[in-house]
Write a protein that binds this ligand. Structure first.
Ligand code: URA
Length: 447
């Protein structure tokens, strides 16, 4: 227990935050503890999140909240495992069709890294890696610490949820933010991501800060601010972090939805041709963290090793090992169709007229997946792994009237109709191809 005074009341700390005061370390420790042990009511957690949303936090407060949330659980020390490679990870702030983690985790493992990747569930309109992995029957997204250690040792990668023992405060806060419009808040994102990453005992981390209309933080200036704050707070806690700003003004993959994205990731691991944008983001993030963690001398060497991990099948083999260690089927990669759910209704979304895809309301695509049942509208809600969108057209694509903009996978014909309307509204078709938005920008630490 901390030395928080017996007279400390959560509602008073929430009131002070609501009125714009900076909270102290003890306040933030008590709030984090209350989130983790359940003594704080959902309403209080939501009120705290909303107060932070409107009032913000000083850098010192954000750092204190991060550490307080980290310390609600275990902090991993991998030294006792004597692993022969660095402990690396990447984390994204979330987007649509962002399946990079599913592909990059095993690629890094195949290159000699060890990747205890603490991933999240869908957040607001964005997809979540854990929800995608739960599309695999039997896959345990919340293994205990012993199984996490064994999977990292044997497969080189374990993509799992934080569970009860890694920053449990974040698990609660995250699920409440998801449904209370408090996701797009820099200090809460910083604390959420870094509390888990610091607890995972990493040597180096690369952050993928998404920007654009499908991102949690849509404007580039705030994205840069988020990246810089994370680099600074991580550095004070002894973790090397690099951050990249990457484009989310359109989906990153061709699909959005849990089993659908998983299927696309398996195709990439099998060496099938993938979208250039998706692969460029994957390689750029992978190379960055390999150099940062000392696994490659430079970006060119890292890219060569990453490409080899796909070409030789080594990354696919690491993914298969991870799935089997964590309780999933041993032959998932050979027979995905046997295990991944398929929606009963699959329908094309026709283009209303001829032209080029001028812009995409990417957030609306994510919300269409949520409305189909692929995301949540209340904490802990069950989701349907089979639903979503695929064959998504990307910016600049030329299309004739009636040709498909995308395909909808739905549980019912009515759901498919509504989703098709939302998808059609999300695409703007015009007379000329737009300039492609910049894909990747490195976020430089403040001098
Ligand atoms: N990913 C997280 O883990 N937390 C956030 O708040 C946003 C993205």
């Amino acid at each position: 227990m901390s030395d928080t005074p017996a007279t400390w009341l959560p509602q008073e700390a929430i009131r002070r935050k609501r009125d714009g005061e900076a909270l102290g370390t003890r306040d933030l420790q008590a709030l984090a503890r209350g989130m983790a042990d359940g003594s704080l009511a959902d309403a209080q957690v939501a009120a705290f999140a909303m107060a932070v949303y409107f009032r913000g936090m000083t850098p010192a407060e954000a750092a204190a909240l991060t550490i307080a949330m980290r310390d609600t659980g275990e902090v991993f020390d991998w030294k006792r495992e004597s692993l022969p490679g660095p402990i690396l990870d990447k984390h994204s702030t979330g987007g649509i069709g962002d399946l990079v983690s599913l592909v990059l985790g095993p690629m890094l493992a195949a290159c000699g890294a060890y990747v205890p990747m603490i991933a999240g569930r869908g957040l607001a309109h964005t997809g979540g890696t854990l929800d995608k992995l739960e599309a695999i029957p039997g896959y345990r997204v919340q293994p205990g610490p012993a199984l996490l250690r064994r999977t990292v040792r044997e497969a080189g990668v374990a993509i799992i949820g934080a569970g009860e023992y890694i920053a449990p405060a974040d698990r609660r806060l995250y699920s409440i933010r998801d449904v209370t419009a408090t996701v797009d808040c820099i200090p809460l994102i910083v604390a959420s991501i870094l509390s888990k990453k610091l607890a995972a005992g990493l040597d180096a981390l690369v952050l993928d800060v998404k920007t654009g209309n499908g991102a949690v933080i849509s404007d580039a200036k705030s994205g840069r601010e988020l990246g810089t704050r994370m680099i600074e707070i991580a550095a004070t806690a002894g973790l090397r972090v690099s951050a990249m700003l990457t484009d989310m003004a359109q989906p990153l993959a061709r699909s959005a939805g849990n089993a659908l994205e998983l299927k696309e990731a398996l195709c990439i691991l099998h060496g099938e041709k993938a979208d250039a944008r998706l692969m460029e983001v994957t390689f750029a993030l992978g190379a960055e963290v390999m150099v940062l963690g000392g696994l490659a001398a430079d970006a060119a060497a890292a890219r060569t090793a990453l490409a080899k991990s796909i070409a030789t099948g080594a990354a696919a083999e690491r993914f298969a090992r991870m799935v089997s260690c964590l309780g999933g089927p041993a032959d998932l990669l050979e027979q995905p169709g046997r295990y991944l759910a398929v929606a009963p209704v699959i329908a094309d979304v026709p283009a209303p007229h001829e032209g080029f895809v001028m812009s995409i309301d990417t957030r609306a695509l994510g919300l269409a997946v949520v409305a189909l049942g692929g995301g949540r509208t209340s904490p802990g809600q069950a989701i349907d792994p089979a639903v979503g969108l695929d064959r998504l057209l990307l910016l600049g694509a030329r299309i004739r009237a009636g040709e498909p903009l995308a395909r909808v996978h739905a549980a019912t014909a009515d759901g498919a109709r509504q989703a098709a309307q939302s998808v059609a509204r999300a695409y703007s078709i015009g007379g000329s191809a737009p300039a492609a938005p910049a894909l990747i920008e490195r976020i430089e630490p403040r001098a």
